[in-house]
Design a protein around this ligand. Structure first.
Ligand SMILES: [Zn+2]
Ligand SMILES: [Zn+2]
Length: 159
């Protein structure tokens, strides 16, 4: 919690902290420690601007083979704060001279989580028929479903 009365007009305070963000269901970890380094500036009329770099380590599942992938993630946080009665849509509202950066860190973390993480750019994925992890071993399935469907489609055109 930051007491905004300690920040003079047009002055900044240094933010150098770690925020434990609660993760949504489906993530390996229930909490992710995000280190946040930057500044919070008093931009006038009880408005403040947060400008920071954030970094964390995330445990994700590869979108092709489902194996865990540890990723370092770094992202920028740029948010404006305004007192509740003055806050515009894009502002984060605060009251009682108190700013909590948790919602800003959480929002920006979630925006920056990769949608399709990969364990490796060349990940071979899982066999669509038997589920074997093709990075580790081959399976005995013949061809794959996609090709078979494509072959059926070609035959339709040949008839
Ligand atoms: Zn993979
Ligand atoms: Zn298979």
């Amino acid at each position: 919690m930051i007491d905004t009365r300690k920040i003079q007009l047009n002055e900044s305070i240094v933010i150098d902290t770690t925020v434990d963000i609660a993760m949504p269901k489906g993530f390996e970890a229930t909490d992710t420690a995000v280190s946040v380094v930057g500044k919070l500036k008093n931009t006038g009329s009880n408005a403040f601007a947060l400008d920071a770099m954030a970094e964390c380590r995330l445990e994700l599942a590869c979108s092709l083979c489902l194996q865990p992938v540890a990723q370092r993630l770094s992202f920028h946080i740029n948010e404006n704060y305004a007192e509740a009665q003055d806050a515009a849509d894009e502002d984060i509202a605060f009251s009682d001279y108190t700013i909590d950066i948790y919602p800003a860190v959480q929002r920006n973390l979630f925006l920056n989580i990769p949608m399709k993480p990969l364990c490796d750019d060349d990940c071979a994925g899982l066999c669509p028929q038997c589920g074997t992890n093709l990075n580790k071993t081959d399976c005995n399935c013949e061809g794959d479903i996609v090709n078979e469907q494509f072959r059926d489609l070609l035959q339709m055109f040949e008839d």
